[in-house]
Design a protein around this ligand. Structure first.
Ligand code: AHR
Length: 311
């Protein structure tokens, strides 16, 4: 192994012999559902036996699932961690059992020798892209912004907030006036947006930044119910680029979204297969792309292409 590489003992195995445990967060968003579908498909295509555990948004369920995978002697574990902290002990247990763990789509606050690699986007960059889009769009005009945060304590909620704030820093015309979690769900996005509209008065809100599209889609309904035009009276930028966001942009209800690929499993399983075959050590971070989509794109066509992909 290279200096600093993870100290798991690789075993020679063919993909068809591999059993991999996948601890998934739950199904809070369309993006999450797509990630689950794609991961199951990627495993099936490679002849991998995937053991799937849905944690229903609870870290304790994820910890139990990882312990169960370790007890069953799986070859590797995929973990989409609901929150960033509190993983050291269970990751140590997997490491002691020589079972490599690959993080999917979210990062953890734990020493990086406790996992093989993390397949994620640059979550701070996504926030910066959203903030810069609004800076450019407003072009110096005043704008009171409301923010729907993702799940409290999750790396995308922390990093997407940081990135957005960095991008608007120094632009005194832009101000975040309300910021609250909507837990990455449509239903909470709607409820929290309703409370923002009530507290501020719809005409005093110029833009919504939502940490994912599902919350934005819920908020769009709240804005319509309040008699306002989403995408016009209130600009909306979010993250994921799920089919419904493309449709909302095509319909003029939303303005921009930043794409997060649901295919984290492809690069993760490539890395795991190479590592388990001959010990090839992947980089600690396998970064996926973040692409901005706006009304300038053919969102109707993109919606048609994406809608059958399991979102
Ligand atoms: O970790 C990725 C985020 O989790 C997605 O942006 C969101 O939709 C999901 O629930």
């Amino acid at each position: 192994l290279l200096a600093g590489a993870i100290a798991f003992a690789p075993v020679t195995a063919f993909a068809a012999d591999l059993t991999i445990g996948f601890s998934q967060i739950g199904s809070e968003s369309g993006w999450r559902a797509a990630e689950t579908t794609v991961t199951k498909q990627e495993a099936a295509d490679r002849g991998i036996n995937l053991k799937f555990a849905d944690a229903q948004q609870k870290q304790e369920n994820q910890i139990k699932a990882i312990r169960s995978f370790v007890a069953q002697g799986v070859d590797a574990i995929l973990l989409a961690p609901v929150v960033a902290t509190g993983w050291d002990e269970v990751l140590e247990e997997a490491k002691d059992a020589d079972i490599p763990v690959v993080l999917l789509d979210r990062t953890v606050d734990a020493p990086d020798d406790l996992y093989l690699t993390a397949v994620t986007s640059d979550l701070v960059h996504e926030g910066r892209v959203a903030g810069q889009w609004l800076v450019d769009e407003m072009d110096g005009a005043d704008c009171r912004i409301v923010e729907l945060q993702g799940t409290t304590g999750s790396s995308p909620a922390i990093d997407r907030k940081t990135g957005f704030e960095e991008a608007i820093a120094g632009h005194d015309n832009l101000e975040i006036v309300r910021s609250q979690t909507g837990d990455f769900t449509r239903s909470k996005g709607k409820v929290v947006m309703e409370s923002f509209l009530k507290a501020e008065g719809g005409e005093n809100i110029c833009a919504l930044y939502a940490h994912n599209d599902d919350m934005a889609v819920g908020a769009i309904q709240a804005i319509k119910d309040a008699g306002l035009n989403p995408g016009d009276d209130i600009l909306i930028v979010a993250i994921d680029a799920v089919p419904d966001a493309h449709l909302a942009i095509a319909n003029g209800d939303m303005n921009a979204t930043i794409e997060l690929t649901p295919n984290m499993a492809g690069p993760a399983l490539d890395a795991l297969e190479a590592y388990l075959a001959d010990g090839t050590t992947p980089p600690k971070w396998i970064q996926t792309e973040s692409k901005l989509f706006t009304a300038a794109d053919d969102n109707q066509a993109i919606y048609e292409q994406k809608k059958d992909l399991g979102y």
